[in-house]
Design a protein around this ligand. Sequence first.
Ligand code: ATP
Ligand SMILES: Nc1ccn([C@H]2C[C@H](O)[C@@H](COP(=O)(O)O)O2)c(=O)n1
Length: 206
Amino acid sequence: MIVTIDGVAASGKSSVSGGVARALGIPYVSSGLLYRAATLLGLDAGLDLGDPGALLAHLSSHPVRLEPLAEGNRVWRADRELTDDLHSTRVDKGVSVVAAHPQVRAWVDDQLRALPEPFVAEGRDMGTAVFPHAQHKFYLTASARIRAERRAKERPDDIPDIEAALIRRDELDANQIAPAADAQVLDTGPMTLDEVITTILRAVRA
Ligand SMILES: Nc1ncnc2c1ncn2[C@@H]1O[C@H](COP(=O)(O)OP(=O)(O)OP(=O)(O)O)[C@@H](O)[C@H]1O
Ligand SMILES: Nc1ccn([C@H]2C[C@H](O)[C@@H](COP(=O)(O)O)O2)c(=O)n1
């Protein structure tokens, strides 16, 4: 069984996927972390993020491994753990450029499709391009202001700055973000995290 949870930036995809996965006793897979890892490695190597050939050559000589644990995904390059460096502002700023390269998308999709079922997969195109055959599909939205207010509880930046960055990233990610025709769309603005998780679990178990 595959459950897909897609949505806009900071809409709660990883928190919700983790809660759903823990309740079902299966792993969840955060596809965004692979795009973030490709971005971090490109930045650390001083590469031009607009050059997919250079990025792919670097990624093939420095393989990245996603560990899809229900309690939180971890990302490794050899024995260096990258996880804690993946949500920095510099990675946030560069990741949409990296994720727009079809070659990088194929690099991510190959790793995701090699994972053994069952799992919950979260990202932008899990229910559309990567796992169109998934049994249960969901799509999370919330206004940019609400998402920024939630993010501000985790980061030192001001709410208007976070909101502007989220709107910018939504625009840059627009090619990847659209709900699957058979996805249940949830506006999480008026919902608590637990309410979102419970709504999804009820639909999956029905
Ligand atoms: N329904 C909700 N009510 C209140 N807070 C929420 C809700 N959903 C998510 N949050 C909080 O919003 C923040 C962003 O959530 P999360 O990191 O899961 O989003 P994301 O979609 O995975 O983000 P990104 O796209 O940046 O990877 C977290 O602090 C999370 O606890
Ligand atoms: N399936 C996916 C997952 C992620 N991306 C891109 C778009 C985001 O800006 C970036 C980081 O993802 P996040 O951590 O915010 O979920 O990666 C994508 O294009 N497709």
